[in-house]
Design a protein around this ligand. Structure first.
Ligand code: SAH
Length: 393
């Protein structure tokens, strides 16, 4: 077993059970991609078993802090069984859910989503890549399913020095799937959609939005960065009479349009707009448009903390424009999924946007990702999605 020695004083985060070691904290030692290593302090004390990533800044990802634990197929079986059992206990109003959420489930770099009878996985770090075949078999054995599609085409894979990999890992057939979420039907294609095909993390916020649209009697709703229209279906279910979905992806919008009919809503209540959100918001202000509710769910503007400043300006801009477009007493449901922007900073950004728009509002709720995207107390990076629900004065 190869040993990785940590620099003196750089073992603190591992001692606090944080699972990452950056390149600069390593004194000596190397191994092959994904190889299991023994990580030791400068004094030679055991810190963890980990996987090694020779080309990533995150050089070491911990598997286990228990010196007696062996990293073998049985280890992965325990982790996968625990993750699946956790979801079985959680309130998840859907037949689609995240089964494995990387670090939070003790499997750094592994994402597995379940869509009905199909699993879709992303292997994003060398450690899980090396164990891919064992993990694939264990996922099917644990869930009793037979189809597993791989979507390891996220850009972070290149940071690990790995090529993209997509296609059926187990099973075969149609990649188009219809799931149910709350009382709605939604469709996706594991081979073509963003990430694994759908944004499961917003499930509970969509339901919340539907309930609030109904409660406050919102008629006109603007869903910005709509993707396949999850929040638009929610708005229609909440009784909105005019819903506009804005996204720059034509295939996503085509699916949003299909979702309106799939759920039995009158197609004339919904408009799909293939456009840039920032541009659209500015045009709508010029035209004097107003809405009763607006959703802003942009892509990750700040992948890491180093992008935070530029991203903060981008978030402020769209929030300022969104607030200007709301009728008094309107609802803004605004999100950031950037790990580099913490909840406090996000609140400050939205406050700044309110100042610039000369709009005040009440914070009715602070939300995060659905529970099947758990955060652990040892891994603050897990808190990526944060949302503010604002009722304007
Ligand atoms: N709210 C969605 C998820 C949004 S993901 C849901 O509930 O499923 C972010 C979306 O923003 C993606 O669909 C992407 O196509 C879109 N997007 C990214 N940049 C954009 C831009 N400048 N203008 C419009 N849409 C954009």
């Amino acid at each position: 077993m190869k040993v990785i020695r940590i620099r003196a004083g750089k073992d603190r985060s591992l001692l606090r059970r944080h699972p990452w070691v950056f390149q600069g904290s390593i004194e000596k030692g190397k191994a092959d991609p994904g190889e299991t290593v023994r990580v030791e302090s400068a004094e030679g004390q055991f810190l963890c078993w980990a996987s090694f990533s020779p080309s990533s800044l995150i050089r070491v990802r911990a598997w286990s802090f228990d010196e007696h634990e062996r990293i073998d197929a049985a280890f992965f079986q325990r982790k996968i069984e625990a993750a699946v059992a956790l979801r079985a206990r959680m309130p998840i109003a859907s037949d689609a859910m995240r089964l494995i959420h990387g670090e939070a489930d003790g499997l750094p770099g592994l994402i597995v989503d379940r869509y009905g009878d199909t699993l879709c996985a992303q292997f994003l770090a060398s450690g899980v890549e090396r164990w891919k075949q064992e993990i694939a078999d264990l996922l099917l054995a644990t869930t009793g399913l037979s189809r597993l599609y791989e979507r390891s085409d996220a850009s972070v894979r290149t940071l690990e020095g790995m090529e993209p990999a997509t296609g059926w890992l187990r099973g075969e057939g149609d990649t188009a799937i219809v799931i149910s979420e709350h009382e709605w039907k939604l469709s996706l294609d594991v081979a073509e959609g963003h990430k694994t095909g759908y944004y499961l993390d917003q499930r509970d916020n969509r339901k919340k939005f539907a309930d609030l649209v109904r409660h406050y009697g919102c008629q006109s709703v603007l869903n910005c960065y709509s993707y396949t229209g999850g929040f638009s279906v929610a708005a229609l279910a909440g009784g909105a009479t005019e819903v506009i979905s804005v996204d720059s992806s034509a295939p996503a919008l085509a699916r949003a349009t299909a979702h309106v009919e799939l759920n039995g809503f009158e197609p004339s209540r919904h408009t799909a707009l293939d456009a840039d959100v920032n541009h659209t918001l500015r045009e709508m202000i010029k035209q004097g448009r107003r809405f009763d509710a607006i959703v802003l769910d942009p892509p990750k503007f700040a992948p890491t903390a180093s992008h935070a400043e530029r991203a903060a300006r981008a978030y402020k801009d769209i929030n300022r424009l969104g607030l200007k477009l709301l009728n008094p007493g309107g609802l803004l449901f605004t999100f950031s999924c950037s790990g580099g922007i913490g909840p406090e900073l996000f609140h400050k950004i939205v406050a700044g946007a309110g100042m610039d728009a000369a709009v005040d509002g009440f914070i009715m709720d602070r939300v995060g990702a659905a529970p099947d995207h758990p955060q652990t107390i040892y891994f603050p990076e897990g808190e990526y999605l944060k949302g503010l629900l604002i009722l304007t004065r």
